[in-house]
Design a protein around this ligand. Structure first.
Ligand code: TEU
Length: 565
């Protein structure tokens, strides 16, 4: 039996609210997605990952779930979702949904019942505590701002939330919670869903001894560090990471979660070929390699902007060495929480070439590639300049904290909050150059503003027939990967190519490919020492060209994918 689909295919994340508005209300929906399935099939992806499609009060843009077995009415009906599933499957496209396991919405019936009284049968479904010395049990903070404990005046106790207070943490020590969540999982699997992306799984448990954090800085100061981090800035990413764990270390990555993963895996293994993809980079969550998660994200690669040969080689050395036998890598450079690939990995005039290299890297490294909707046309971050337009409440907290606690001028606070929060990468998909970019009818107010650059060529319609467009580059590369099996299933061996070039071999049995990138604006001659090659794809030379890998010229920003003779 061949490798499972999720070890072969390319996954494409859809942010439902922003992909395609089928009923003209300014919000994406299932009918809109169905209308775009031919586009996705033509693009050449193999699976969709939908960000939450459940009923939600939208405090956290859908990641506050009010019903785990329902669909958001603004996206359509359950019948619409089932039609999406059937139409995707008819096109041999798998559908993975998001499972928000750590918390529900505070408007979920479970929480309403739990908070109704201390003696509620569902009191133990959430993390309640009587408090300490009249205050919260610990000094823990929420990663979305403010304390992590909120007092419920009606019952005089405190409930825990790692995220917004509208996202109370479920108590996964409680077998009733596990059973209820596993029932939800079976509900979607029975409908035919092909798997789950498990949200924020590193935050499911907390230190049961409830020790205070001992971070020497406040949350506002941690925000300042994040706002002032980066190459040549006052803080680097490692310092921010250390400061984060000093504050949140008791609330994340607890070992108890392995038992939940083993239970979830046993549920999913009751069905054929269904996926568990964890929102984590923690390689421990592969378990033994076949008893916990199927895939975890290579987030460290996504955090290495700008991409350089040295950083990529180091990342691959570390990541591939840490995956147990039976585990499989998973690479991504963008999602609904992060700066868009074109903005994050592109530097000025070279951004188009770097965007092509980013994709080519995702499609040629060993592991399952996960793409984010809009990257295929080069969509960029759109920094809103008016906090009143923010839909991401994390951005609102960041702006208010920057102005209130950090004394930052309004203009700086807006820009930095927009840069660090998530609206920037969630603006509507740009289908055409006209008003609202073809996402919604022109006279409709979209839920987030459309990036103005949709009328400057960054749209599907104007790239569709342009052979030189990024969209057609994505189409070519996705077809190439599907045709060349070593790129899908082969092993990985790095090759020496100097400081400015990246090269590696992908071998599957007797078939071997050599992938080379010149990640600089200068021409380089490299000796890959791996015999004669036949070009399968290059940004700078015709397919079929014969190349001596011992004396190979790589042009500026060249991508060269070849078969070994
Ligand atoms: O994100 C979890 C997570 O890692 C966030 O704390 C992340 O660091 C934050 O978005 C800043 O970039 C998941 C979802 O991807 C995110 O959209 C949700 O807001 C969050 O969980 C809560 O469900």
């Amino acid at each position: 039996m061949g490798a499972p689909w999720w070890q072969q295919g390319v996954i494409y994340q859809i942010y439902p609210r922003s992909f395609a508005d089928g009923d003209g209300d300014g919000i994406g929906d299932f009918p809109g997605m169905i209308d775009r399935l031919d586009y996705l099939q033509d693009l050449g992806i193999d699976a969709l990952w939908l960000s939450p499609h459940y009923p939600s009060p939208q405090v956290d843009c859908g990641y506050d779930v009010a019903d785990y077995v329902g669909v958001a009415p603004e996206y359509g009906t359950l019948a619409d979702f089932e039609r999406l599933l059937a139409e995707a499957h008819r096109r041999k496209i798998k559908v993975v949904v998001d499972l928000v396991v750590n918390h529900s919405s505070d408007r979920h019936p479970w929480f309403l019942e739990s908070r109704s009284s201390r003696s509620s049968p569902k009191r133990g479904w959430y993390v309640w505590h009587p408090g300490r010395n009249g205050g919260p049990p610990t000094n823990w903070m929420s990663t979305f701002g403010g304390p992590a404990w909120t007092r419920d005046d009606a019952t005089g106790e405190w409930y825990y939330h790692f995220f917004f207070k509208e996202q109370p943490d479920l108590n996964w020590h409680n077998p009733e919670v596990r059973a209820a969540m596993y029932d939800s999982v079976r509900y979607w699997l029975d409908l035919g869903v092909d798997g789950f992306r498990l949200d924020a799984i590193g935050t499911v448990f907390e230190d049961p001894d409830l020790p205070d954090h001992t971070s020497p800085i406040t949350q506002a100061e941690l925000l300042r560090m994040r706002m002032e981090a980066g190459p040549g800035r006052p803080y680097d990413d490692e310092q921010v990471r250390e400061a984060f764990f000093a504050m949140f270390g008791h609330q994340v990555d607890r070992p108890e979660v392995h038992e939940v993963f083993r239970e979830l895996r046993s549920v999913i293994d009751e069905y054929d070929a269904r996926l568990l993809l964890g929102e984590t980079s923690n390689l421990d969550y592969y378990g033994s390699g076949n008893d916990e998660l199927h895939l975890v994200f290579n987030f460290p690669l996504m955090a290495t902007a700008p991409l350089t040969p040295e950083r990529i080689l180091a990342n691959q050395r570390e990541r591939l060495a840490g995956i147990p036998p039976g585990g499989w890598p998973c690479n991504t450079l963008g999602n609904h929480d992060a700066s868009r690939v074109f903005s994050c990995f592109g530097t000025g005039e070279h951004a188009p070439a770097q965007a092509k290299q980013s994709l080519a890297l995702m499609l040629t490294l060993r592991g399952t590639p996960v793409l984010y909707n809009g990257e295929e046309i080069g969509m960029t971050d759109y920094l809103l300049d008016d906090p009143a337009l923010f839909r991401d409440n994390l951005g609102v907290w960041m702006y208010e904290t920057a102005v209130g606690d950090l004394g930052m001028p309004h203009t700086d606070a807006v820009r930095k909050a927009a840069q660090l929060s998530r609206d920037k990468c969630r603006t509507p998909m740009q289908w055409g150059p006209g008003t609202n970019a073809g996402f919604s009818p022109p006279d409709v107010a979209t839920w987030l503003p459309v990036n103005p650059n949709h009328s400057s060529g960054i749209n599907v319609a104007e790239q569709d027939d342009d052979p030189a467009s990024l969209l057609n580059f994505y189409r070519r590369m996705l077809r190439l990967r599907r045709r060349l099996r070593p790129l899908i299933a082969g092993d990985y061996r790095p090759l020496e190519a100097g400081a400015s070039c990246l090269a590696f071999e992908r071998r599957l049995g007797r078939d071997a490919m050599v992938v080379a990138f010149n990640m600089s604006a200068q021409t380089h001659r490299v000796d890959l020492g791996t015999g004669n090659l036949t070009t399968e794809f290059s940004t700078h030379r015709p397919s079929g060209a014969r190349v001596d890998s011992t004396a190979m010229t790589l042009h500026p920003w060249e991508i060269h994918i070849a078969t070994k003779a």
